[in-house]
Ligand binder design. Sequence first.
Ligand SMILES: Nc1ncnc2c1ncn2[C@@H]1O[C@H](COP(=O)(O)OP(=O)(O)OP(=O)(O)O)[C@@H](O)[C@H]1O
Ligand SMILES: [Mg+2]
Length: 435
Amino acid sequence: MYTHEDLSNLQAQSLKMQTWIRRQTFSPELEKTLRRFSSWEVSELIFKVNQSTFRGRLAADPSLPAGTVEEDGRQRWFTLDEINELRRRIKVNRKSLMPTRPVGKRAVRVAIANFKGGAGKSTVALHLAHASALDGYRVLLVDFDPQATLSHSMGLNDVAEDHTVWGIMARDLVRETDRMNAVSQGAESGTTLPQRRIPASIRDLGLDELRINDFIKPTAWSTIDIVPSCANAAFVEFASAQYRHLNPEWSFFGAVSRYLDALPDDAYDLIIFDCPPAIGYQSMNAVFAADMLYIPSGPGYWEYDSTTSFIGQLAEALGDLSHGFDGTFPAGKITLPKTFCDIRFLLTRYEPGNELHRAMFDAFKKVFGDRVTEHPVEMTRAVEQSGRFLSSVYEIDYREMTRETWRRARATFDRAYDEFKESVINVWDKLEDEK
Ligand SMILES: Nc1ncnc2c1ncn2[C@@H]1O[C@H](COP(=O)(O)OP(=O)(O)OP(=O)(O)O)[C@@H](O)[C@H]1O
Ligand SMILES: [Mg+2]
């Protein structure tokens, strides 16, 4: 017979192993660090200019960051900050190297969602974030999943649960309840409407005093921040059900959206959400806050099946949201009824040589038309490995594996990123139209 204590002992054993893996992966201080990028990568893969043009620019202006030459080699290696400074200062054929970013608009919010476990959500979120940062964008990641895969991959292992999406939701409950109480008192002078109460056990957590930035953590990537998650936040689904009971008029699904509304519009360019494999309080917050839905799916029949029921259930859940909130939903940057600027399906772990995968890709396109991205993310050994080492292909030094394996892996994510970027720019256009 096994009890919860046996489970707990098994977990303790496993945690020791985790610490060991992290020691092998991160620096001795258990801190994730970001490598430098070679002049070959910076010129051809990041700036997409000829290597000799790039070298010429560096030679012509000694005040530009020059990178570092490693002991054994001739190449110069640049940090992300150096790359970003070069991007700001160098022009090629009088063209800026800065990525498209309309001024005066807020960051585009993208939810990577599917309730199918292992569909590739976290891998896609991680790679799109890293590709965006290398392209010059400033990214905020929000980890909605208490499995915390994305947080761990970004090097965050020591996260307090009140600094997760749960903290944002509980803080919103307190603030929204106070706001509603104030409104009902003010409006009905003479008649005292019953005041909604938040028990001391929640109010005393002091979450409503947390500032926006308390939830945002820096990462080893200087232009990527994260609202992390942690395993202790797993109770959030239970807690949220209780919170709704405390204040049935609380629009629980708008909590994270309201939180993000309070960020300055130009603080980030992209906000990317990694969702848990479920439709629940957290994923509804992610989906509601999103301008664009990105739905990754494996290339098998069951994954197609499951993606189909995911969109069905999501449709139902989104349809239900408006009930009871018509006209009472606090106006923010996202309103009711919920609309998306774009919805895309992205096949992952795709093998072009596999007949079944090709057939499923055709089926996806037949059903979802041009909602399906043209370039699936291919199955790559580099990513299987990088999963173990908690790194994206962008973070892995190409000298650690055969150049061909690394290039193939990088190329498939680059193509997926290029399409993603195109969609993001279209979303920016639509956001402008709305104004
Ligand atoms: N393109 C790929 N090539 C090879 N392996 C991949 C690829 N994409 C994902 N994987 C592997 O598939 C597994 C599941 O991926 P991932 O964790 O991204 O899925 P997920 O949808 O976030 O899962 P969950 O539902 O548990 O959050 C991981 O082991 C990952 O390394
Ligand atoms: Mg995941």
